[in-house]
Design a protein around this ligand. Structure first.
Ligand code: NDP
Length: 217
């Protein structure tokens, strides 16, 4: 963290597990107020309880589906109504499909990947910008190293992340520095998203030959 976030209002999407959950705890330890968004209400409530114990002065949970425009409008509005402001929007919610493109029997089944990973972040950003302008706030985007790497079985997932990168790089230019934008492109991290796909239930790497063939993955 390069700034003091104590008392700042931070909205994290995908806060019910994995990276979003841990980001919530890091913000909480530094005294930020939190709005936690994801679909699983009970998971969010558990995260909220821990975040509160770690030092977050106020935490609200807003069950929502980021891929739905109305849900995004609702969670941004509710956050600002509750806290009176918004300082950081963390666009973290994401899902992954892992399949060779040729093997998709029904390619439209993969539509939720783009709807969640790309459109979910675009919708929340659209509704958050007026509030972030007022607070001179920040948008943090969790993309993926997949945005740069042609890893087999991840064409649609990686495309959704590459779309995020160019969207937010362009938005940074359009906003001219009024709202900070940080794009994070993590490599492999153990989470619900990766278990059984890249990591076994015991947390060991499951990397097949095609993955090894992609240098530095
Ligand atoms: P998790 O599966 O643990 O977390 C994903 C989060 O997104 C969950 O909280 C999930 O909550 C939420 N989510 C998924 N779909 C929706 C939706 N439609 N609406 C609202 N929330 C949703 O995985 P990670 O923590 O690993 O993933 C977090 C982000 O990090 C993702 O964007 C992922 O692509 C990215 N990433 C992960 C990497 C890794 O190796 N783990 C590497 C690079 C990037 P719920 O199901 O309750 O809605």
């Amino acid at each position: 963290f390069s700034e003091n976030v104590a008392g700042k209002v931070v909205l994290i999407t995908g806060a019910s597990s994995g990276i979003g959950e841990h980001l919530a705890y890091e913000y909480a330890r530094r005294g930020a107020c939190l709005a936690l968004v994801a679909r699983r209400r009970q998971h969010l409530q558990n995260v909220a309880k821990t975040a509160h114990h770690l030092g977050a002065p106020d935490v609200i949970v807003i069950p929502a589906d980021v891929s739905k425009l109305e849900d995004s409008k609702h969670f941004i509005t509710e956050t600002v109504e509750h806290f009176g402001r918004l300082d950081h929007l963390v666009n973290n919610a994401g899902i992954a499909t892992m399949s060779m493109f040729e093997e998709f029997t029904c390619v439209t089944n993969a539509a939720p990947v783009m709807e969640t990973n790309f459109w979910g972040s675009v919708y929340s950003t659209h509704f958050a910008i007026p509030h972030l302008r007022t607070s001179k706030g920040k948008i943090i985007v969790i993309a993926s190293s997949g945005a740069w790497l042609p890893a087999p079985r991840l064409a649609l997932y990686s495309a959704s992340k590459a779309a995020l990168v160019i969207f937010f790089e362009t938005l940074r230019v359009e906003l001219g520095g009024d709202i900070g934008i940080t794009i994070v492109t993590p490599g492999l991290i153990e989470s619900e998203l990766t278990k059984g796909k890249f990591l076994s239930p015991e947390g060991k790497m499951v990397v097949d030959q095609e993955m090894r063939d992609v240098s530095h993955f």
